[in-house]
Design a protein around this ligand. Structure first.
Ligand code: CFM
Length: 489
């Protein structure tokens, strides 16, 4: 059987179908995924509202968000991801607040009486106040949360009324936290809402034959700017970004692109499908993680637009800049065991590059919310014996550390400090450490972070049970050296 029941899961046998160990002869069994977390498990998933505000809409630079919720969800919505933005808008104007999307969030601050009598009045009032506070905001996005989903406030009706009253787009995102098993459902609802409410409602200032939309790229730590630089140097223009560093307006004219590139294929294929269906614009899936995938995909775009030579130039220039340094890190990272636990896609984007280009040994991959198609990719891209986990709980992570003994874990903030307690370094694959991580220079940044964390002397200085003696020896030798150095001054 390809499935595995961890020792810590003896009391929750339902978890067995979520943990798969790859066997080459198995092509049939599929992992249980995209279902509600097994009760009692402390998982790492986000809610539906998180998938909407925290992933997609929160990256847009010129809109103000009104979270229709008790204050907790609003506060959470303020702790945005690391997706920076530049104040320049596509129409040439400059937005007055730098990184506006990272700085402000408004909320309706619902109380018990609102739950009983309804929260519509408060929502209206909050939107009007938000517009007064930020008159320069291009649009207002209102977000439903668990509480407002339970009350049943008709946010669409309120937003429609306010759009007319204020003369600006006021859009309702109906994303109560419980509307699906994870943030993935929030991606889907938000894609649908953006498509139906925004796409096709405005026209771009100008178009060219080389216009594309970069879909599902959220500019984590500047990733989008790396890809944008390569594309611009090739002569390809990003007409609309969905949604890293994007403006409300450019999303409204996504229907004018010549080709859509889907970067995150979990969170954004929905809108690419809808645009293709309605406007006949084709899309291609792209992957710019690592030097090989990045080169392959730039070449593919070069062929599509007849810009083959330009693609080669960009590849030669940027690959050339990192090649030698990458060799050094490959030497240092060869055979180091790594466990990748991302939302989903990054687990299959990175598994082959980490092995092939950095010599590492991927022993386990996991995902918070992937669907079957994503797990198929994971299965195809790991070697026999690799564990694949869906929505792992924290006890499984501990068991995995004990049995698998990874040298480093790529994961999120929730796992990082747990791993530290076991003396295992962990770097953030969601928001990165010293990103960007995409493209040629991004892959080098990732290699540097892997190296700096694995080889950090702190792992030998801290007293973890297993290497206590070794650590003590190390401390003694270091202090002896220091004494000698001081004496020789
Ligand atoms: Fe797409 Fe993303 Fe990801 Fe994602 Fe995310 Fe993310 Fe992720 Mo964290 S949109 S699915 S919901 S690539 S925030 S930038 S890193 S879990 S693998």
């Amino acid at each position: 059987m390809p499935f595995k029941l961890f020792d810590v899961n003896k009391e929750i046998p339902e978890r067995e179908k979520h943990v798969y160990v790859k066997h080459c002869e198995d092509t049939e069994d599929s992992i249980d995924c995209n279902t509600s977390t097994v009760p009692g498990c402390m998982g790492a998933r986000g809610c539906v509202y998180a998938g909407s505000k925290g992933v997609i809409t929160g990256a847009i630079k010129d809109v103000v968000h009104v979270v229709h919720s008790p204050v907790g969800c609003t506060t959470y919505g303020g702790g945005a991801k690391r997706y920076p933005s530049q104040p320049k808008l596509p129409n040439g104007e400059v937005f007055p607040v730098d990184n506006f999307n990272l700085k402000y969030v408004c909320g309706t601050d619902l109380k018990e009486s609102d739950v009983v009598f309804g929260g519509v009045k408060k929502l209206k009032q909050s939107v009007i106040e938000a517009v007064k506070e930020f008159p320069f905001a291009t649009a207002i996005y209102c977000h439903a949360t668990c509480t407002t989903g339970l009350i049943g406030d008709d946010m669409d009706a309120v937003c429609k009324e306010l759009t007319q009253e204020l003369g600006k787009d006021v859009i309702a995102f109906n994303t109560p936290g419980f509307a699906g098993p994870s943030q993935s459902k929030g991606h889907h609802i938000t894609n649908d809402t953006i498509f139906s409410r925004m796409v096709g409602s405005k026209e771009p200032p100008k178009t060219t034959e080389y216009d594309i939309c970069l879909i599902g790229e959220y500019n984590i730590d500047g990733d989008l700017w790396v890809i944008e630089k390569y594309l611009n140097e090739m002569g390809i223009n990003i007409l609309s970004r969905f949604s890293g560093d994007s403006s409300h307006e450019e999303i409204c004219y996504m229907h004018r692109s010549k080709l859509n590139l889907v970067r995150c294929q979990r969170s954004a294929t929905y809108i690419a499908d809808l645009i293709e269906e309605k406007y006949g614009i084709p899309y291609v899936n792209v992957d710019f993680f690592s030097t090989e995938y990045c080169s392959d995909n730039l070449r593919m775009l070069g062929r599509h637009f007849g810009l083959e030579e330009e693609a080669e130039k960009v590849i030669a220039k940027y690959h050339g800049e990192v090649k030698d340094e990458l060799k050094y890190y490959k030497e240092k990272l060869t055979d180091k065991k790594i466990y990748i636990f991302s939302g989903g896609p990054k687990s299959w984007h990175l598994s082959i590059p980490l092995e092939k280009e950095l010599g590492m040994n991927v022993t386990a991959v996991a995902s918070e919310f992937e669907h079957e198609d994503g797990y198929e990719k994971m299965k195809a891209r790991v070697k026999d014996g690799t564990a694949i986990l869906d929505d792992p709980n924290s006890l499984e992570l501990e068991e995995l550390i004990a049995t698998n003994k990874p040298d480093i874990i790529l994961a999120g903030i929730k796992e990082k400090y747990l791993a530290y307690k076991y003396g295992v370094p962990s770097i953030m694959i969601h928001s990165y450490e010293n990103g960007p991580y995409i493209g040629f220079e991004g892959f080098l940044n990732l290699a540097k972070d892997l190296y700096a964390n694995i080889y950090n002397p702190v792992w030998k200085l801290v007293e973890f049970e297993e290497n206590l003696e070794e650590a003590q020896d190390e401390v003694l030798t270091t202090s002896e050296e220091e004494t000698t150095m001081e004496a020789g001054k």
